[in-house]
Design a protein around this ligand. Structure first.
Ligand SMILES: Nc1ncnc2c1ncn2[C@@H]1O[C@H](COP(=O)(O)OP(=O)(O)O)[C@@H](O)[C@H]1O
Ligand SMILES: [Mg+2]
Length: 276
């Protein structure tokens, strides 16, 4: 269990102020949503929180300890499914242990029994135990993202960060993936921060909200205070219309957070490891 403090965080890319004095706290076990239009700074925030991007000013603390680089207790789920299409769901899930055990062991799949059980357990949490042997490239986008969640769970994190995990999915799959994410988070008591740009999804699944606009926090509160005035403040009207009708994926600016594309993993051993 862990709590997170974001304290005076600013990030500039040249002349772009991606984050501007962002401060908030997420309590242990809380399921929080960062909501904001494209370009509002969500990805930058999550990347700073995971130690993937260095802040210009300010800091992130987990249980009071400053985070400056990727940390085994913090798992990240990316917008582009960070999985390898050639490998089975099970093998992909198992690579989550890489974050804890080291690269060589994971690549050679020298995982011990405990890791294998963790992988199967994580696949069960996301409803994919029966599909454990399926190659991921044959799976739907929603299933692929559920494999991404399983992979993050195998890392056995205290904190789960998900950057627009449903951005490329249709509304039905988005609901399903958000549901599994919430279940996984609650089941395992994970402190969770999910970024979204869809207001309706945020309201349906979130309890706690951080609203970002142009790199600044414009809302920090709970469901009861998260009303239309807040939404109007967060989005331009055109944007809000699109979000409310759930028109589907919105092209996101230069994120640079692609991770391993599902189709790009041919250099990685494609041998499947059979679930025991
Ligand atoms: N690596 C980068 N280099 C330059 N500008 C960037 C980079 N990453 C993000 N930005 C800029 O920072 C702002 C916030 O981007 P981002 O965090 O990706 O927002 P969001 O995830 O909410 O769409 C945008 O103006 C974006 O163009
Ligand atoms: Mg983004």
């Amino acid at each position: 269990m862990a709590y997170i403090e974001v304290d005076g965080l600013s990030k500039r890319f040249g002349r772009t102020q991606a984050l501007d004095d962002v401060s908030f706290e997420i309590k242990q076990g809380e399921f929080a949503i960062v909501l904001g239009a494209s370009g509002s700074g969500k990805s930058t925030l999550l990347r700073c929180m995971n130690g993937l991007t260095e802040a210009t000013e300010g800091e992130i603390r987990v249980d009071g300890e400053r985070i400056t680089e990727p940390h085994p207790d913090i798992a990240m789920i990316f917008q582009q499914h960070n999985i390898i299409g050639q490998m089975s769901a099970y093998s992909n899930a198992l690579t989550g242990s890489l974050q804890r055990n080291g690269v060589l062991e994971s690549v050679l799949q020298l995982n011990d029994e405990a890791d294998k059980i963790l992988a199967l357990d994580a696949l069960e949490t996301v409803g994919l135990l029966d599909e454990a042997r399926q190659r991921v490239r044959r799976m739907s986008g929603g299933q692929q993202q559920r494999v991404g969640i399983a992979r993050a769970l195998v890392q056995q994190p205290e904190i789960l960060l998900a950057d627009e995990p449903v951005a490329s999915l249709d509304p039905g799959s988005s609901q399903q993936v958000m549901g599994y994410l919430l279940t996984a988070s609650k089941e395992r008591g994970l402190t969770t921060l999910v970024s979204l740009h869809q207001v309706n999804l945020a309201r349906q699944f979130g309890q706690r909200f951080i609203g970002l606009k142009d790199g600044r926090v414009v809302f920090d509160g709970y469901s009861e205070d998260f009303d239309l005035a807040v939404v109007d403040d967060l989005y331009d009207t055109a944007d809000t219309d699109m979000m409310e009708t759930d028109a589907g994926p919105v092209a996101d600016g230069a994120d640079g957070d692609g991770g391993t594309a599902a189709s790009g993993g041919s250099e990685v051993a494609s041998d499947e490891v059979k679930p025991q």
